[in-house]
Design a protein around this ligand. Structure first.
Ligand SMILES: [Zn+2]
Length: 140
């Protein structure tokens, strides 16, 4: 298992390009390290509305093709809300602080990241393991 981390700075560097990635590895999954600064009440698509406490969160997903495009979509503010994570990232005090790309499965990233399930089923509609949620709160 290999990982590569990108610190995400508010002012710059909000795009990841294939040239930044070692080409000898198959980067198929990612984790977003997310910081929530204020209490947020967010409607997460069809899952419902939830209260998110301020703190640190970890979300893991996969993109077997076009992983840079996927990450850059997460980093971009303007977009149609489609996935659960889109609703979370659209909230005012929510920001991505670090992105990790990995050769491991997204479920392994969830398992190794630890943390608590705060919204059952978040991002895990097609989860083949029993993660419960692909979003975890690291500080709850
Ligand atoms: Zn899973």
């Amino acid at each position: 298992m290999s990982n590569i981390d990108f610190e995400i700075n508010k002012e710059c560097c909000r795009v990841i390009t294939p040239s930044q990635l070692p080409t000898d590895k198959n980067w198929i999954s990612y984790s977003l390290y997310i910081r929530i600064d204020d209490i947020e009440y967010i409607r997460v698509g069809k899952l419902g509305s939830f209260r998110f406490a301020p703190g640190d969160y970890l979300y893991s997903g996969s993109a077997r093709r076009g992983i840079c495009a996927r990450i850059n979509r997460h980093l971009r503010q303007e977009k149609k809300l489609r996935w659960h994570i889109d609703y979370l990232l659209a909230a005012p005090s929510v920001q991505i602080t670090r992105v990790r790309l990995s050769t491991a499965s997204e479920c392994r990233l969830v398992a190794e990241g630890g943390g608590a399930v705060v919204v059952s089923g978040f991002g895990s509609s097609d989860c083949s393991k029993s993660c419960g949620s692909h979003l975890r709160c690291l500080s709850c």
